[in-house]
Design a protein around this ligand. Sequence first.
Ligand code: SF4
Ligand code: SF4
Length: 427
Amino acid sequence: MQTHFTKAQLEDPQIREADSILRKCVHCGFCTATCPTYVMTGDERDSPRGRIWLMRELLETPESVSADTGYHLDRCLGCLACTTTCPSGVDYHHLIEIGRERLDAKVPRPLADRLMRRILAMVIPRAGRFRLMMRLGRIGALFSPVLPKRMRAALAKLPRTLPTFDRVGRKTMTFRSRTKGTRRVILLAGCAQRALDPRINASTIRVLNKLGVEVTVREEAFCCGALAHHIGDAGAAREAVRATLLSWQEELDKGDVDAIVANASGCGTMVKDYAHMVGDDPELAGIAARVSALARDVSEVIADLPLAGIVTPAPEGRGSITYHSACSLQHGQKIHDLPMQLLREVGYEVKQPVEPHLCCGSAGVYNILQPEMAEGLRQRKLENISRAGAPMVAAGNIGCIQQLDGDIPVRHTIQYIDWACGGPPAV
Ligand code: SF4
Ligand code: SF4
C-alpha cells in the first residue's frame, strides 16, 4: 500500500513503524474471509483490509478523521486471525495498537464510555476488587432492566455462583515438587482468572509439580496489563507491566528460571510482546527482553516434559473433547495443534468445531463493550461446538471459558490433563 507521510511525520518512531506495516499490505483481501467481524457484517470497513485503509487515513491526515473510523476500529476484536491469514506478513497487531492510541488522543470518547473503560481497568486486573464487584454485581443485577445496555451485558457475564477465592498469587509462594526434578518456572497467576476459577492455577501447579517442576508465583505480578492496554488505559497498563517486570526481575536474578508460564493465553500473548511494548524504556527494556524470551504457554512447557509418565490408566478411555482454539493462542502465539496433541497423549479423543479460526466474541472485555457483535459470535461458536458432538470442551483462555461455558461444560485444557494424571474431575 502506498503511503504519503511527510518527512516531519516520519520523525515520529510510531509513525515510522506504522508506515512500514502499512507498506506491506498489498490489498489482496485474503484476510477478509477469516475476519469474524467481516464474516458477520459483510462491511469492508469491518474487515482488516478496510481497517488498514481507515488507519492509514487516520495517521496521515488526523484532522480529517470521522466518527466512522472509531466505530469500525472499536468493532475489531483484536483476535489477530488476519495475521494468521495474511500472506504478506502485515503486522496488524501493532498497527491497530498505534491506530487506537492515536484515535483516542484525537477524538475523546463520550463520558459514559470513558467511565466504563476506567472502571473495568481499575477493577478487573485486581482479583480482590473484581471479586468484590462480582458480589455487588449480583445486587446490581436486580436493577438490570433499567440499566444501560453495556452495564446489562457486564452483569449478564457474572457467574451465578462465586467460586472460592484463588489463594495462588495472594502472596509470593513456591510450590515444590515431590518428584526429583531439575526445572523451575515462574507462573503468572493472572487477575480475572483468579477471581473466576481457582481450579486452573491449582491444576497447572499440580501437573507441573508431578512433572518435577518447581513453581514460583510472585505477589507483585498481579496482572500482565493486557486488559488495561486493550481498552486504552495506558496508565493502568504501565503500572501493571512495570510491577510485573520488576518483580520477575528479582526472581530471575536468583537464577535457574527455565520459563515464565502463562495459563491464560491472552496474558501469554501480552507477556511475549513485552519487549516490543516497552521499547527502549531505560528502566524496563532489558528485563522486558529477558521476560519475553522466557515466556511460554503452559502447553509449550508441558510438551517438553515426560507427560506419559504421570498419566493414570483409563482402560475404557477418557471420552471425547471438542477443542476450542482461543484466538490469543492460535493467532497471537501461533499455537493451535499442540494443546490437542497433549489431550490426545493423555487419552482423550479430540474433535474440532468447524470455523476453528473464528473468535467466540470474548476478546478481553469486548463482550461488555460490544455486546451485540460478541453475542452473535458466541451463538455461532456454540452451534459449531454443539455440532462437533463431544460432551466436554477444552480451551486455553479464561475469557473463552466464561464466554462459552453452559450446557456443554467448558474447562481449561490443563484441567483435563490434570484429571487424566490423577487430579480432580474437570467436569
Ligand atoms: S491479507 Fe494481508 S496483504 Fe492482503 S489485504 Fe489483508 S492485510 Fe493486506
Ligand atoms: S483482529 Fe480479528 S476482528 Fe480485527 S481485523 Fe483482524 S481478524 Fe478482524
